[in-house]
Design a protein around this ligand. Structure first.
Ligand code: MN
Length: 247
């Protein structure tokens, strides 16, 4: 019987790329948090043909787009800024195809850090390529380790998913991002901002599709700050509901 062994919602994670080692990789914290919340994470290597990715997603109940390197600014029609960091086209392009296929299926999607930026760029938005030079701010968006600490506060939109889930209008978050959202893509709503105005979370406008992305790293905070676990729990619940609706 198909999938008899596994009743948990299956979450597909797009692998990170290590240019130095020429290797795929994954931070355990993403997987550990999903496991703790009752989901089963699976890591997808790069290198699939775009047209294969939809059929692959049909085997899963949710898509998690993780952190990592910068994005190629050509994705939003800009030339590289001198302070642009490393980027890797095969990862950018495969994740964009995964996002498109997930949206076509209304498969739940969660984005973390670069995941938020990828979703924004894929849907027509733009990024600050280098926050320190392009977005002057008193807010520390690039904290040092350890990451299980608050680096800055964010204000949550009252009618956004995060405020509804957490029943508050502000929380403290960690922050370790080189890039950030400049122009928000039309299919997204900004639902959290730092004190300097930078967008720190977005959700999709399509109310029938769970699409939520955050600029911080809940996977590093959830043990000390339960709110980060609550946010990911909503993703796992959406994946469970997606799985049940299909079976
Ligand atoms: Mn930040």
């Amino acid at each position: 019987m198909k999938h008899k062994f596994l009743h948990k919602p299956r979450i597909l994670l797009s692998a990170l790329w290590d240019a130095k080692l020429q290797s795929y990789w994954m931070l355990p914290a993403y997987c550990e948090l999903l496991m703790k919340l009752g989901a089963a994470p699976f890591i997808l290597p790069l290198g699939y043909e775009a047209q294969e990715l939809g059929a692959i997603l049909d085997e899963y109940d949710g898509l998690l787009l993780c952190g990592g390197d910068d994005l190629n600014p050509a994705l939003y029609g800009e030339a590289p800024h001198p302070e642009l960091g490393r980027f890797y086209d095969p990862r950018d392009l495969q994740e964009i195809e995964l996002l498109r296929a997930a949206m076509a299926r209304k498969l739940p999607v969660f984005g973390i850090c670069r995941g938020l930026q990828l979703i924004n760029a894929a849907l027509g938005g733009t990024l600050y390529q280098d926050l320190p030079s392009q977005f002057r701010s008193e807010v520390n968006h690039h904290m040092d380790e350890p990451y299980d600490r608050v680096s800055h506060e964010i204000q949550l939109s009252e009618d956004g998913l995060l405020a509804q889930l957490l029943e508050t209008n502000h929380i403290g978050v960690n922050s370790c991002h080189h890039q950030g959202i400049k122009d928000l893509a039309e299919p997204l709503r900004c639902i959290a901002r730092a004190a300097d105005g930078l967008c720190e979370a977005a959700q999709g406008r399509d109310e029938d599709h769970y699409l939520l992305a955050v600029q911080w790293h809940p996977e590093f905070m959830h043990e000390k700050f339960a709110q980060s676990g609550t946010i990911l729990t909503s993703f796992v619940h959406a994946a469970k509901a997606y799985r049940e609706a299909r079976s």
